[in-house]
Design a binder for this molecule. Structure first.
Ligand code: MG
Ligand code: MG
Length: 272
């Protein structure tokens, strides 16, 4: 997808600005997570996100991106990614993926969570969300300075496959991030380890598994944005932006830098 384009290597000062952007994204997703309840519209969530990002002196990076009309993507149930917020009222039992990004002094952050609406979401759907989020963390845990990019892809896919019969979406992937939201390299959520670019200091990547209860086939709705599963199966999506330092991984869009979860997985975190 980004063939022949160089991977941007950031200075520590630039990574520090990406961390600021990442914290704005983390705060915003935390606010949104608390605001999700039956009866709330996805448009209301979008307004909360835009207000918070601007209150921190940051800029939403999705708004106007190739004409995207909102600050967040809100993708409900069988919608995988890129749902446009609006009048849709969240219902008890829905799943909503909230994807959000912010820019601080030209440097980008990008992250996503999937949230259950109300208390009656089924165990099967809660497990779908858990497996998706955990697979992302297994991807970070597999990333090492001097390792290869598809070490991440392989760890994500292997974890999902070990947990059941889920679809691992291939049409959409993670990406490099830095002075733009989407940069080389692509970060697939499947594949064999040991391939692709070497992971080096100053590289920043967004890892974002999308998994479904059914097919991996997707379609784009007539709004030209919303991606749905072609069999109507429900999906989950989680994302964080991260970088590797000599002290360990730094999850730029996690409030604690990933310290708690990476420690639990037995890998070093730059902030632990
Ligand atoms: Mg992304
Ligand atoms: Mg995103």
């Amino acid at each position: 997808m980004f063939r022949d384009r160089a991977i941007e290597i950031k200075t520590p000062e630039q990574i520090a600005l990406m961390r600021e952007a990442g914290l704005v994204v983390a705060e915003t997703l935390s606010l949104l997570s608390s605001a999700v309840k039956p009866g709330v519209t996805t448009g209301e969530l979008d307004a909360i996100a835009e207000r918070h990002i601007r209150s921190r002196g940051a800029t939403p990076n999705f708004l106007g991106y190739h004409g995207f009309p909102a600050t967040i993507c809100a993708s409900v149930n069988d919608e995988v990614v890129h749902g446009i917020p609006g009048d849709r009222v969240l219902q008890e039992g829905d799943l909503v993926s909230l994807d959000c990004g912010a820019i601080v002094q030209g440097w980008h952050g990008d992250a996503a969570i999937t949230v259950a609406v109300g208390g009656s979401v089924s165990d099967e759907l809660r497990e779908l969300m858990r497996v998706c989020e955990e697979s992302m963390w297994r991807g970070f845990a597999a990333a090492r300075l001097g390792g290869r990019l598809t070490d991440i892809s392989s760890a994500v896919e292997s974890y999902v496959r070990s947990q059941g019969d889920y679809g691992v979406v291939e049409d959409y992937v993670g990406h490099g991030i830095g002075s733009a939201m989407h940069m080389p390299p692509s970060v697939p959520n499947h594949g064999r380890p040991g391939k692709g670019p070497k992971l080096v200091r100053g590289m920043a990547l967004a890892v974002e598994p999308m998994i479904t209860l059914g097919t991996i086939e997707t379609e784009v709705l007539d709004d030209d944005w919303t991606v749905v599963t072609s069999d109507g199966s429900w999906s989950a999506h989680f994302e964080h932006s991260f970088t590797l330092t000599p002290e360990g991984a730094l999850i730029l869009t996690a409030l604690d830098g990933g310290a708690a979860k990476l420690t639990e997985l037995g890998v070093p975190c730059a902030l632990a």
